[in-house]
Design a protein around this ligand. Structure first.
Ligand code: AHR
Length: 514
């Protein structure tokens, strides 16, 4: 009897101990799901502010060390992120860009006005050849966003021929005269950008017809197969997606979705990128999580005409958009980048990974100096933002298989609202490694997470890193560029397939387990 009582109280104790784990997840490692395309980790680089000029391109004669005009420090940093594709030249800029302006001798190129972004001079120093050199330098695929709003089908058809035809034609020969003998491979081709807004203020039916017309003349030359991306809407405008897919879906490979996270949720007063408290921290994370609903609902509308999910939902603009930094040109969209924004990146990437059966390409806005950037520059200085480090962590998921992950998470309550405390992705690489990224969104409380990883024998952790900070608005500055930077992560136990993680508040961790 005494023995039985002892056993009972021990069982109770164990029970209490298990119940202490605030969050739990079950990962089924032998039931891989969709492939997480590396293209979900794409970037977007528009001719906007100092995103291209100054941030990436300084010109061959600059004192800033560069290769063929692109600054070495930025190229080096971007290369580490294994960027699969980079979208160019816009954005809103794309629908007023004419590709012939950017070819031939640089000192003879026309000067235009960038009417969308600050009315500054566009000297066309970066054109097709320079952009393609950039893709080579960072080992990335080009994603060209072509002009529909102020262009013509002929102009676009000529652009494709110029870049991709390897035979004898006046346009292909012009490319050769301009220094590029071989035809380029260009897969991703956007047909218009925000055609409902800055790209022409069109209505869905009209755009669907126009898309069909442009897509008809967007030809595959010399074995180059275009992946045609239609302009989708943003946020919750589901009717546009439905109309365009219904009427033109048979001619497209993808339709886009744009969603920007505004800290306040208001375009008129978006909220600050630095010097904020828990209110702005919480509301930004909450807004960021809306991506799940938008992707789910756009995808459901697409299911009506495309139940096999042949057409990709291309989330080709996303990220945090705040008020511009005080004193900066408001048309340059310059903002700081904090641990908060890094957590929006990690939770958004978790959402996109989860929807990787439908979302097979995405592009964060924007790579350098604009909106939620990877790197910031000032003259010859450069720093990596907290968001950069999240993209670095998440390279483990590129081209892996998504694993089913059932998460039981505590709620992070703030005033009268709440969001889940934990977000995560589990994936499996070809060599059997299980990759796990976990975010603790709570502003002040450590979270314990137990992960029961089934269907695989795991015994060792080959990589464990953490990105965390001491304040919700912690940022990197040119004086303190490593304030928010990765550290080794050690606060975990792995025993018989069960992993226990203790994750400090406002952190992202990455683990690779074998
Ligand atoms: O990324 C900034 C702008 O946001 C893009 O140019 C446009 O497509 C969107 O409205």
């Amino acid at each position: 009897m005494k023995k039985l009582l002892l056993m009972l109280s021990m069982a109770l104790l164990v029970g209490c101990f298990t119940a202490e784990a605030q969050n739990s997840m079950v990962i089924t490692a032998d039931q891989p799901q969709s492939t997480i395309s590396e293209h979900i980790y794409g970037q977007f680089s528009e001719h906007l502010g100092t995103g291209m000029y100054g941030g990436l391109w300084v010109g061959e004669d600059s004192d800033i060390p560069n290769t063929d005009g692109f600054r070495d420090d930025v190229i080096e940093a971007l290369k580490e992120l294994q960027i699969p594709n980079i979208r160019w030249p816009g954005g809103c800029f794309a629908d007023e860009y004419h590709w012939r302006d950017g070819i031939g001798p640089r000192d003879e190129r026309p000067v235009r006005i960038n009417t969308h972004w600050g009315m500054v001079e566009e000297k066309n120093q970066v054109g097709i050849h320079e952009f393609m050199r950039l893709t080579e330098l960072i080992d990335s695929e080009p994603y060209i966003s072509a002009n529909v709003g102020s262009g013509t089908p002929k102009e676009m058809a000529n652009w494709i021929e110029y870049m991709t035809y390897d035979g004898n034609s006046t346009l292909a020969n012009m490319r050769r005269e301009n220094g590029q003998e071989e035809a380029w491979e260009v897969k991703f081709w956007g047909i218009g950008n925000e055609s409902w807004g800055c790209g022409g203020n069109m209505q869905a039916d009209y755009y669907a017809d126009l898309y069909r017309r442009y897509a008809t003349f967007a030809k595959d030359y010399s074995g180059n197969e275009l992946f045609k991306i239609a302009s989708g809407f943003s946020d919750d405008r589901y009717e546009w997606t439905e109309t365009v897919v219904e009427e033109a879906g048979y001619q497209m490979d993808a339709i886009s979705l744009h969603y920007y996270t505004l800290p306040t949720g208001e375009w008129q007063k978006k909220g600050p990128s630095k010097d904020f408290g828990e209110d702005m921290y919480f509301s930004t994370l909450k807004q960021g999580l809306m991506m799940d609903e938008y992707v789910t609902r756009h995808s459901t509308r697409m299911d009506k005409y495309d139940p096999e999910k042949r057409i990709t939902l291309a989330v080709d603009e996303w990220g945090v958009w705040t008020d511009p930094i005080e004193g900066s040109n408001p048309g340059f969209l310059q903002q700081q980048n904090s641990i908060r924004d890094a957590l929006v990146a990690s939770t958004t990437l978790d959402i996109l990974n989860k929807h990787s059966d439908r979302v097979r390409i995405a592009n964060i806005a924007q790579t350098v100096n604009v909106l939620q950037a990877m790197v910031l520059t000032d003259g010859d200085q450069m720093l990596k933002t907290p968001t950069y480090h999240v993209f670095d962590f998440y390279t483990v998921h590129h081209n892996t298989k998504l694993l089913p992950l059932h998460l039981n998470a505590e709620q992070y309550e703030y005033e009268s609202e709440s969001i889940p405390t934990v977000s995560a992705t589990a994936s499996k690489s070809d060599d059997g490694t299980v990759n796990l990224t976990v975010t603790n969104l709570h502003a002040s409380e450590l979270q314990e997470v137990t992960a029961d990883i089934r269907g695989i024998d795991l015994s060792s952790v080959s990589e464990a890193r953490i990105l965390t900070a001491d304040a919700v608005d912690a940022i990197n500055t040119f004086d303190n560029p490593d304030n928010v930077s990765p550290q080794d992560y050690t606060d975990y136990d792995l025993k018989e397939g069960e992993l226990t993680l203790r994750i400090p508040s406002k952190s992202v961790i990455v683990l690779r387990i074998r």
